[in-house]
Design a protein around this ligand. Structure first.
Ligand SMILES: Nc1nc2c(ncn2[C@@H]2O[C@H](COP(=O)(O)OP(=O)(O)OP(=O)(O)O)[C@@H](O)[C@H]2O)c(=O)[nH]1
Ligand SMILES: [Mg+2]
Length: 219
């Protein structure tokens, strides 16, 4: 666990095949707005902001990593998988391969790059295109249950689905805070009863974030 000035820091990865909507979900979560014409992600994009967990009310600094799913960027991308705390495994409900690759590729890669437990969240995106659905919801849910993942279907094109991604990330963050409170020696910073913070604290280049992160995680 990392801390900077008392706040816990968690690394949250967005991974999955090309075009499944990772950047669209990332932007919806970050800005509460539907992303307009997102471009393919090449270098990972990192944004950080604070949230306050459910009970115990604790400020957590989330470092969100949006990675590219294109084959030619995979080697670069996977370097960023290490030290992850939460991984959002994203597929499209309209794309069978994108679901199969969750197991064949993305989940395994997250595991391979991390020695400690990573909280995984399975996201079936493009729920607005239900007439083109290929991946049955029951199959995805069952897969998630087998692997102890949270599961949600959503559409990054629906502004209201901000609540879905916010809830599932907040639940995962809260669980990690609870788990680590039970094992850590020092106190976790407690907050007053507050509902949501969601304040951008800093954006930056990949390299700057990595440097800052490595300084903080082991200090
Ligand atoms: N209908 C629909 N389209 C979506 C949804 N989410 C994303 N898209 C569209 O799908 C395309 C790809 O979205 P991105 O968010 O760029 O996908 P990505 O997974 O980040 O792709 P890479 O960065 O190349 O790996 C874009 O045209 C989006 O507008 C959704 O929920 N519904
Ligand atoms: Mg992208």
């Amino acid at each position: 666990m990392a801390s900077a000035g008392g706040a816990m820091q968690l690394k949250v990865l967005f991974v999955g095949d090309v075009d499944v909507g990772k950047t669209s979900i990332f932007e919806l979560y970050r800005t509460h707005e539907v992303a307009k014409s997102p471009k393919h992600t090449m270098d990972p994009v990192i944004k950080s902001f604070n949230i306050v967990t459910m009970t115990p009310h604790t400020t957590v600094e989330l470092h969100l990593y949006d990675t590219g799913g294109q084959e030619r960027y995979k080697t670069l991308t996977k370097q960023f998988f290490r030290d992850a705390d939460i991984a959002l495994l994203v597929f499209s409900i309209t794309d069978g391969d994108s679901f199969r690759h969750i197991e064949q590729d993305w989940r395994q890669e997250v595991l391979n790059h991390n020695e400690k437990d990573v909280m995984m969240i399975l996201i079936g995106n493009k729920d607005d295109l239900h007439e083109e659905r290929i991946n049955p919801k029951s199959t995805s849910r069952q897969y998630a249950e087998i692997h102890h993942m949270k599961f949600v279907e959503m559409s990054a094109n629906r502004r209201d689905d901000y609540d879905k991604v916010d809830s599932v990330i907040r639940e995962a963050t809260t669980e990690i805070v609870r788990q680590r409170r039970n094992t850590m020696s020092g106190p976790v910073q407690q907050e007053d009863e507050r509902i949501v913070l969601d304040e951008p604290v800093h954006d930056g280049l990949v390299q700057q974030q990595e440097q800052k992160r490595s300084r903080c995680r082991y200090c």
